[in-house]
Design a protein around this ligand. Structure first.
Ligand SMILES: [Zn+2]
Length: 394
């Protein structure tokens, strides 16, 4: 940790850039105590690690802070200086005795009290949710930033994101879904946006890097990002992913393959309307190609043209699939209030743009024409080309 109490009860903050000689003198004169448990702590002034305080062995609250890595401490310190330089009133490792929580940085901005949590090591969803709730109860807005080392780019615009990384996803005031991270080595923020997962672990996303030196707080809280979606990349990744898992399916995937087979469908010859990217698809952990196939089987297949599709019925069918574990919802603590069915609604909006259905009322769509299921690769290619043209002109 970077702060400690002195004999006089003041907080001594190593974030204030002291010279080593001065700290060496101070270390001989002053005693330091942990602001949380009150036990004596030592001031460490090694050459390798960042200057910091450490509990002595056997201390009870030792575990909470001593696993802090150099990476984390550096990032925390840089983020603190970043705020101070913007003349934002900030306190490093502020300890709130009422909630017994200690955000990395507490700061006030625009009349709001923020708890910045720079998280570099995995924590459970329960702990993440509990900490966030407690902050809200005490009128803090939690600002969670993940260490960039967790964000793994697989290819250009393709990222591997685990459940833990999705914890950091939040919605901005203008409705963007962003995942903010910070790298103390590069001294830059990295913000992922337009995140479209095509599998449980992988997503297509836009990434924006910003140097800590010329980025203001507003650009992290409410970034204005430029989005560009590459549909052919999406189609390519979705398809190669499907081929991959269908060769070695797990039990849930086997169930899916069996069901589509019973409905005269073939994973390799699905209509191009199945597996479309929609904004809130990230709320659903099940790949888009799978949940949209279920939507098709449950609500669209075997319906004659002009048939009505009741969205309440669609929602019931969708919830049944969830109950049977055929569709899994992704746990995103900061988006816990969002109903994943919004993704299905977005899917129908897409289908309307493509002319497959037409909206009749708030809860009713009408099928315009039957979905054409290709019977050969050649047919599939033809359909795909038509489809791409339609989508780029819609
Ligand atoms: Zn302590």
């Amino acid at each position: 940790m970077l702060t400690a109490k002195t004999n006089s009860g003041n907080i001594f903050n190593l974030g204030n850039n002291y010279e080593k000689e001065n700290l060496l003198i101070l270390r001989n004169m002053e005693e330091f105590f942990c602001p949380v448990c009150g036990e004596a702590v030592s001031l460490k002034l090694g050459n390798q690690r960042i200057y910091h305080f450490a509990h002595r062995s056997g201390a009870i609250c030792r575990e909470i802070f001593e696993n802090e890595t150099l990476y984390h401490m550096k990032g925390k310190l840089q983020l603190y200086h970043w705020l101070i330089q913007q003349r934002i009133s900030a306190e490093l490792e502020y300890y709130d005795p009422i909630i017994h929580q200690r955000p990395d940085i507490m700061f006030h901005y625009d009349g709001i009290k923020y708890a910045l949590e720079y998280q570099c090591s995995p924590i459970t969803e329960e702990l993440f949710t509990k900490r966030s709730k407690t902050y809200f109860q005490q009128n803090y807005i939690p600002l969670w930033i993940i260490g960039s080392k967790h964000i793994k780019a697989k290819r250009s615009n393709v990222f591997s994101l685990s459940n833990f990384e999705y914890f950091f996803l939040r919605k901005t005031k203008d409705g963007q879904l962003i995942l903010p991270s910070y790298c103390p080595k590069e001294k830059q923020f990295q913000i992922l946006s337009s995140i479209y997962p095509y599998s449980i672990k992988n997503a297509i996303a836009s990434s924006c890097q910003r140097s800590v030196h010329n980025t203001g707080i507003e650009e992290i809280l409410e970034p204005k990002l430029f989005h560009q979606f590459n549909l052919s990349k999406w189609t390519y990744e979705t398809e190669s992913f499907s081929i991959n898992w269908s060769l070695h399916p797990n039990p849930i995937q086997t169930r899916f393959l069996r069901e589509i087979y019973n409905h005269n469908l073939n994973l390799y010859l699905l209509p191009p309307e199945i597996g479309l990217p929609v904004t809130h698809s990230l709320l659903i952990q099940t790949p888009a190609i799978v949940w949209q196939t279920y939507i098709y089987i449950d609500n669209l297949q075997n319906k004659s043209p002009n048939a009505l599709i009741d969205m309440k019925e669609v929602e019931r069918n969708y919830n049944k699939r969830i109950k049977r574990n055929e569709i899994t919802i992704r746990k995103i603590p900061q988006l816990a209030d969002e109903n994943s069915f919004i993704a299905v609604r977005e899917y129908f909006i897409q289908l309307e743009r493509l002319g497959m259905v037409r909206k009749r009322s708030e809860t009713m769509y009408q099928l315009q024409h039957q979905v054409f299921v290709p019977q050969s690769n050649r047919e599939k290619e033809e359909r795909r080309n038509e489809f791409q043209q339609k989508i780029s002109s819609s």
